[in-house]
Design a protein around this ligand. Structure first.
Ligand code: ASP
Length: 413
């Protein structure tokens, strides 16, 4: 038992994932027999998302002491989220233009898949204000929960001593929720094992061979964005921090993102990595990360950009510079609106393809084509989504003076 706990968690998760691949490949479809383990694990982490976000956000704001600081924190967070997303899309579009993944691909025989309409931006903005905060929690509407928690935190600060019992309650709640997250993380090797086994036993990886160039463009974009944007520019040049330490500190969350394909299911683990490994103080981790899990999706943006250009190439649609700009703009909106769950962007990218004049039939054929191998690419883009949130949180924590450099620099094995 002790030997098990002496092995670093990330090694246990990674080892379990490798075993999962072996089991999936050798057992094939029969692997669905253990699918319940993966499902149980996802349910466990989903269970803590809403209470964790709510109580840590309220107690984070109280710990800040001065609500006026929220303004600069908010502006910096949103600005950096937007810039990193735009850079991810630009990388994706350049790669798609250079590597030409769609040229020569014949989509005429593909069974079209029905695509879902994107929720209009105005509706999404309106739903940030909950009609009923309890209902917002029951539905897991993170933006509405953030909105209400912000108001509650600020109001507790302004009522002084009177607010103390509730403030204490919230900070004890935050500690308790993080403790539960830790316990759940101990189950991660088993969950990741079952999730990966199921994936490699049923579909996915093999189908990737059909679309090698597209997958390659996504993988190259992923590496370029993570290494240059987050590693070199943000960590090294802007913050003077070691990119390696950053990735080591973020690796549990990134591994979780990889095995669950869901930024929202990864959120509790991202928050614990931020506070414990990256030296990000609770006020930043509790505000910046839930917001990022909901609206900041670098990987999704990169992917949607590449697939859109892929579709245009497959249907011989010439794209002008103006088209590329249109794709960049609409992809930003789509990535903000994408739910943080597996496969979410797949059904929203029709909105982007619409913007360059592709017909609904063409959109449906593209989605039908990539459906079969979306999962492995979803795993990559979710790692990028989560990595981006953690990198922006590290930057904002530095700028706001809410950063513990010693904790960040601690050696990790
Ligand atoms: N699976 C992604 C996430 O949860 C969203 C997407 O489909 O792009 O971050």
């Amino acid at each position: 038992m002790n030997v098990w706990f002496q092995i670093a968690l990330w090694k246990r998760i990674l080892g379990a994932m490798l075993l999962g691949v072996v089991l999936g490949v050798s057992w094939g479809e029969g692997v669905v027999a253990i699918a319940w383990i993966g499902e149980l694990f996802i349910r466990l982490i989903r269970m803590v998302v809403v209470p964790l976000v709510f109580v840590t956000l309220v107690s984070g704001i109280i710990s800040m002491g001065d609500p006026s600081k929220l303004g600069s924190l908010g502006v910096r967070t949103l600005a950096l989220y937007l810039v990193t997303t735009l850079i991810a899309i630009s990388i994706g579009l350049c790669l798609a233009a250079i590597m030409q993944p769609g040229t020569g691909v014949d989509l005429s025989a593909v069974a079209p898949t029905s695509v879902q309409e994107a929720i209009p931006l105005s509706e999404r903005l309106m739903s940030i204000v909950p009609e009923n905060p309890i209902a917002a929690m029951a539905e897991g509407n993170i933006l509405a929960i953030i909105f209400f928690a912000l108001l509650l935190g600020i109001s507790l600060l302004t009522i002084g001593d009177l607010g103390k019992p509730v403030a204490d309650f919230m900070s004890a709640g935050a500690e308790a929720m993080l403790r539960i997250t830790h316990w759940i993380m101990e189950a991660a090797p088993f969950g990741a094992f079952a999730l990966i086994a199921q994936l490699s036993g049923t579909a996915g990886v093999g189908a990737l061979l059909d679309v090698l160039t597209l997958a390659l463009a996504v993988a190259v974009g992923f590496l370029a964005h993570m290494m240059f944007m987050h590693g070199l520019i943000i960590m090294k040049l802007m913050l003077g921090l070691s990119p390696i330490k950053f990735f080591l500190g973020a690796r549990d969350a990134m591994l979780m993102a990889f095995s669950t394909s869901s930024s929202s299911a990864t959120l509790p683990i991202s928050m614990s990595c931020a506070e414990e490994n990256l030296g990000i103080k609770p006020v930043v981790s509790s505000t910046v990360l839930p917001l990022g899990a909901t609206i900041n999706m670098d990987g999704t943006a990169l992917y949607v950009g590449i697939v859109t250009v892929f579709g245009a190439q497959a249907f011989n649609i010439d794209l002008s510079l103006a088209d590329y700009l249109l794709v960049a703009g609409s992809t930003t909106i789509v990535s903000i609106g994408t739910a943080a769950v597996p496969g979410a962007s797949l059904f929203l990218m029709a909105a982007v393809m619409d913007s360059i004049g592709m017909t609904p039939e063409q959109n449906a054929a593209v989605v039908g084509f990539i459906l079969a191998f979306d999962r492995p690419l979803d795993m990559l883009r979710t790692v990028m989504n989560v990595g981006g949130d953690l990198s922006v949180s590290t930057a904002v924590a530095n700028w706001e003076g809410e950063f513990d450099r010693e904790a960040f620099d601690l050696p990790r094995n």
